[in-house]
Design a protein around this ligand. Structure first.
Ligand code: HEM
Length: 471
């Protein structure tokens, strides 16, 4: 099967979906000379529900995946069992805090007003083409750093600067993809020597760690110098919030707490920046190719937010944004067709039988294809390949709630995405402000296809022309 996989690498998402459809939703992939690379792949929503929710403890991330994701350390994305449960509880309590929500709104709105809109203004005035995917990548990286570290790298600016730690972050992602593709022995040998991609990874990893450790040290210093009563007034970024939890502060400035904070910061930036950037890029690509949807969003904004055509745009709060049902549907529909985390790998702890009837022996790796599930005719109907936000809206005009084993973009069960609400808030702020001021038009002939990468990016970026709708 490997030759087939390589031949179809450039369109592997659609290819695996077709194969899965043909073979009833589950396929065994065998790599004859390297049995440790054999795995099962499924798009059966019942199997997904069983693995992610009903029999969740039996399906962990296997040690091979943890090794591949080594730069993420022992952070939440890369851990299992008790250590994962402890981190999840801690992160949940911080993220769900209303102060954090307010802080998030403020950070994103400020970035939109001071960086994103002025940059798009400049691009529209200069009448130049722009890679909107790159714009969103920078926007979400800056926002993630602000939210997690309380530090703005200002990577979103007219010059498109490339700083050492941003380059390092991209190189780490590239090396992780490389580790997914080549056999284990190959990248481990390169790591041991060290040569090639692994040598580059080590350098990038050190550079990004230096950046994180500097931010951690300055935040710890700031925190320890404040009086307890003033802590509440401290900026509510995630790093400060973690440090304020008793246990972490008690660990002091020791290496144990630094390692924990470094892993947490890295995991949050990794989970929340490229995912969101790509999600926004796919959304705007669909809006540009479906002008009818664009007009309907604009109409809804005028009606529900009561903004007049000649009014200067202002950023709205969570409650007002929550009234935009059609916009929410348009975002869900974009994320259904392009789930930015396309595959979710798990390993069976004990032998088991899946709802599809397949017997699984212990230690079998199984990949859930979220991409294939979200394009299944049986779930989404004959028009499953079309972009139709209307499918998310009931006859009464409310949003249809789709269970997470059908709309799998944010995963499901106890390990589902912790940043889902945050992601929607950010996407709505960006979408409303861009749609209000600008018209996004695709450059004719620009090819758009998903790249083979950890996050579902567009291989050639999203080249667009931006024109002003209003002054
Ligand atoms: C469109 C945007 C996003 C999508 C599609 C997305 C998708 C996902 C998916 C599919 C998972 C489950 C992965 C697995 O099973 O291992 C996940 C986990 C996670 N996501 Fe997101 N995510 C997005 C944005 C965010 C944001 C903005 C944050 C905020 C920091 C975030 C934080 C997390 C965390 C912490 C986890 C790990 C949860 C755990 O293992 O318990 N995500 N995300």
């Amino acid at each position: 099967m490997l030759s087939g996989l390589f031949r179809n690498a450039s369109h592997m998402y659609d290819c695996t979906s077709r194969v899965l459809q043909h073979y009833g939703g589950i396929v065994e992939v065998k790599v004859l000379w390297c049995t440790s690379m054999n795995f099962l792949i499924t798009s059966d929503p019942m199997n997904a529900d069983y693995m992610l929710s009903k029999n969740f403890p039996n399906y962990e991330k296997r040690s091979e995946i943890r090794e591949i994701l080594e730069p993420l350390g022992d952070g939440i994305i890369n851990s299992d069992s008790n250590w994962w449960a402890y981190q999840r509880k801690m992160m949940h309590s911080i993220i769900k805090n209303s102060k954090f929500e307010l802080f998030l709104m403020k950070v994103v709105q400020q970035k939109v007003v001071t960086s994103l809109i002025p940059l798009l203004n400049h691009i529209s005035k200069s009448e130049i083409e722009v890679d909107l995917q790159e714009v969103f990548k920078r926007f979400t990286f800056d926002n993630s750093c602000l939210m997690v570290l309380g530090f703005d790298p200002i990577s979103l600016s007219v010059e498109f600067p490339k700083r050492t730690y941003e380059k390092a972050f991209d190189e780490i992602e590239e090396a992780i993809l490389y580790r997914h593709i080549v056999p284990n022995w190959c990248w481990k040998l390169q790591r041991w020597l060290p040569i090639g991609k692994e040598k580059k990874l080590r350098k990038a990893w050190d550079a990004f760690d230096r950046f994180l450790n500097q931010c951690i040290a300055s935040k710890l210093e700031e925190l320890l110098s404040r009086e307890k009563t003033h802590l509440e007034e401290a900026k509510f970024n995630l790093l400060t919030a973690y440090m304020m939890l008793g246990e972490i502060v008690n660990m002091g400035v020791c290496s144990k707490s630094n390692k924990f904070l470094r892993c947490t910061a890295f995991n949050l930036i990794a989970a929340g920046s490229d995912t969101l950037g790509s999600g926004l890029a796919w959304f705007f690509r669909l809006i540009a190719t479906h002008p009818f949807v664009d007009m309907k969003i604009l109409k809804e904004m005028k009606e529900k937010l009561m903004v007049k055509d000649d009014k200067k745009w202002e950023c709205f709060g969570i409650q007002e944004l929550g009234t935009l049902v059609y916009l929410h549907a348009a975002l869900c529909e974009a994320l259904r067709l392009y789930p930015v985390v396309a595959f979710d790998p798990r390993t069976a702890v004990k032998a088991n039988i899946l709802p599809s009837g397949h017997r699984i022996s212990a230690n079998t790796p199984i990949i859930i294809s979220l991409y294939a599930i979200e394009r299944m005719e049986e779930i989404w109907g004959e028009d499953c390949m079309q972009y139709k936000p209307e499918r998310w809206i009931s006859e009464q005009g409310g949003l249809i709630i789709v269970p997470s084993y059908k709309f799998t973009t944010f995963g499901g069960g106890p390990r589902s995405c912790l940043g889902k609400a945050m992601a929607f808030i950010q996407m709505k702020i960006v979408a409303t402000s861009i749609i209000w001021y600008f018209h996004v038009e695709m450059i004719e002939g620009h090819p758009v296809s998903p790249s083979v990468s950890v996050v579902l990016h567009m291989k050639h970026g999203l080249k667009v022309r931006i024109t002003k709708r209003r002054v």
